[in-house]
Design a protein around this ligand. Structure first.
Ligand SMILES: C[S@@+](CC[C@H](N)C(=O)[O-])C[C@H]1O[C@@H](n2cnc3c(N)ncnc32)[C@H](O)[C@@H]1O
Length: 306
């Protein structure tokens, strides 16, 4: 699995090696055409000054001929050299987690069942069994959100937290455990919400988790204008742009929105969508090619951070 993609239980991958211009153009086209909940696409340089590769993961068997036809105007006959491969259907997040070390962000310590003993007494420990959901803490997007949250706590203590695209529930759990308060969290994927519910039980915070299935804020618990003083949304650039007005509406005047799931090149478009709603970048975290953005209402000053 390509580090940095957001697979929603992918069944197939399409790979093609080409030049940078074509890779970027194909990424944009696939990103525009396919449902972001079912497709994850990224292009990257395979080595310094080397060829570029595009990888697109699909949650269903894609129509190979149709995709090649779409790509031919961009890359010509190269479209036929790209390969479609079925992916082994296994609990890949869980199996990869078994070999992974725990993740730490300040006092927040995220671990699997095999690393319980490593928690310090002062830790806010979160145990995650990812199953088929996203969010073990190892991915740059999740870690960026956790680091942003830890820094946010140095400045203020949020009271009402919303986590849109909760996956395993990891960000919501961090907020509930640190703040000792209920947190509202939703995901478009019912399987992710099932996993989050189980994890909430495992962590002894089931009573604090107000979980819902649905896109964006489409639930009465989440759709509460001006209510949330901390909103997490680690999704992808396109849905984040589409959600800008909804997230801005449910965030309080003095609230914070932490956005992630963005390749560096996606940042300007997302910032522009939120600027239209009166939200500005306060801090930025760059991890492994992914950016997490801390947004504030009003004219906050940008403070880039590596
Ligand atoms: C990258 S994962 C983030 C999981 C977790 N919050 C984390 O930080 O690790 C993105 C999650 O967002 C969900 N998702 C994608 N589009 C969504 C939308 N429009 N509304 C709600 N959830 C969405 C996906 O199903 C997936 O579980």
């Amino acid at each position: 699995m390509l580090e940095g993609l957001h697979p929603n239980r992918p069944t197939h991958v399409f790979r093609i090696t080409t030049d940078e211009r074509s890779a970027r153009a194909m990424t944009d086209m696939i990103g525009e055409i396919f449902d972001p909940a079912e497709t994850a696409v990224a292009s990257f340089e395979t080595e310094d000054d080397g060829p570029w590769m595009l990888e697109a993961y699909f949650a269903h068997q894609p129509d190979e001929a149709a995709i090649r036809n779409l790509l031919r105007p961009i890359v010509g006959a190269e479209a036929d050299k790209g390969v479609f491969l079925p992916l082994e259907q296994k609990d890949w997040v869980k199996s990869s987690l078994e070999g992974l070390k725990p993740v730490r962000a300040g006092r927040i310590f995220v671990h699997g069942s095999h690393d319980r003993e490593q928690c310090l007494p002062s830790d806010i420990a979160i145990e995650i069994e990812a199953g088929l959901a996203f969010g073990t803490g190892h991915h740059g997007t999740t870690k960026g959100c956790l680091l942003a949250f830890v820094d946010e706590l140095k400045m203020r203590t949020p009271r009402h937290v919303l986590d849109v695209g909760t996956g395993t529930g990891i960000l919501a759990f961090a907020a509930a455990k640190v703040l000792k308060r209920p947190v509202v969290a939703g995901d478009i994927d019912p399987e992710a919400v099932r996993v989050a519910r189980e994890n909430a039980r495992l962590n002894g915070i089931a009573a604090w988790m107000k979980l819902y299935v649905g896109p964006g804020i489409r639930h009465p618990e989440a759709d509460r204008p001006g209510h949330f003083d901390l909103v997490f949304a680690n999704i992808l650039a396109k849905p984040l742009r589409m959600l800008a007005s909804s997230l801005a509406r449910v965030a309080s005047d003095d609230g914070t929105i932490i956005l992630s799931g963005l390749l560096y090149r996606d940042v300007p478009g997302v910032l522009s969508a939120y600027a239209h709603q009166g939200w500005y970048l306060q801090r930025r975290y760059n991890l492994e090619g992914w950016a997490a953005l801390v947004m504030k209402r009003g004219n906050a000053r940008a403070l880039p951070r590596q």
